[in-house]
Design a protein around this ligand. Sequence first.
Ligand SMILES: CC(C)(COP(=O)(O)OP(=O)(O)OC[C@H]1O[C@@H](n2cnc3c(N)ncnc32)[C@H](O)[C@@H]1OP(=O)(O)O)[C@@H](O)C(=O)NCCC(=O)NCCS
Length: 192
Amino acid sequence: MGEALLRHHEYTNADEGAFRDFSCGEDGPWSERLNQHLPEDALDHAREGLNTTLVFYENTPEGAGIGFAALCCTSVENRHEKSPEADPLVAEADFDQIPAMLLGFLAVREGYQGRGYGEIMLDVIKAMALDLKIGCRFIVVDVQRENKRARQFYERHGFWRPKYYRPLKWFYDVKKSAASAEPPSKTTEDGS
Ligand SMILES: CC(C)(COP(=O)(O)OP(=O)(O)OC[C@H]1O[C@@H](n2cnc3c(N)ncnc32)[C@H](O)[C@@H]1OP(=O)(O)O)[C@@H](O)C(=O)NCCC(=O)NCCS
């Protein structure tokens, strides 16, 4: 197994310096919310139990803070009864709501994008969803229609957009994808 390229942990005020100048670019209206998450919201959200923000660093002694992901619980309506012919979220479940993890934000520092770091971060999140000791069938992410690069990114990593669902919502099936998934080896949790 190769040396981990990134390390990660939950964001605290000790990380503020490393992420003070963080920007994932100014591609569109979504960038502003992403860029303000760490300085303005992440700690409050954590205190209030609304979101957990993971921060990722290059795995070197002075490694730069290169990205973050914000995660929380959610649920999605089980639409199978309404649209059994469309790709079903959960084929047989007699549940109104299906438990899921919401990937609220995923951002890589401008200048570090396109080097595979987003994929490594997403692998960590997929493994976390699979390891949760409570039911979690999907990872759900909202992607703005205009954010074509992000849509391509998620699509390439196993996410799909159900036709009958809100157009912004993309899903990753944690259980169905588990059999083929490789455990993440390119990042390590601090202290583990
Ligand atoms: C989307 C994002 C997290 C992907 O991370 P990344 O480290 O650039 O991703 P990877 O290097 O693993 O993969 C790059 C691929 O993602 C796509 N991509 C999405 N946004 C990109 C960007 N700004 N720069 C380069 N590639 C981008 C490309 O299709 C690229 O494909 P390619 O390798 O064939 O060129 C990152 O680019 C980013 O922070 N973008 C701005 C914020 C955003 O849109 N977040 C998603 C919505 S929550």
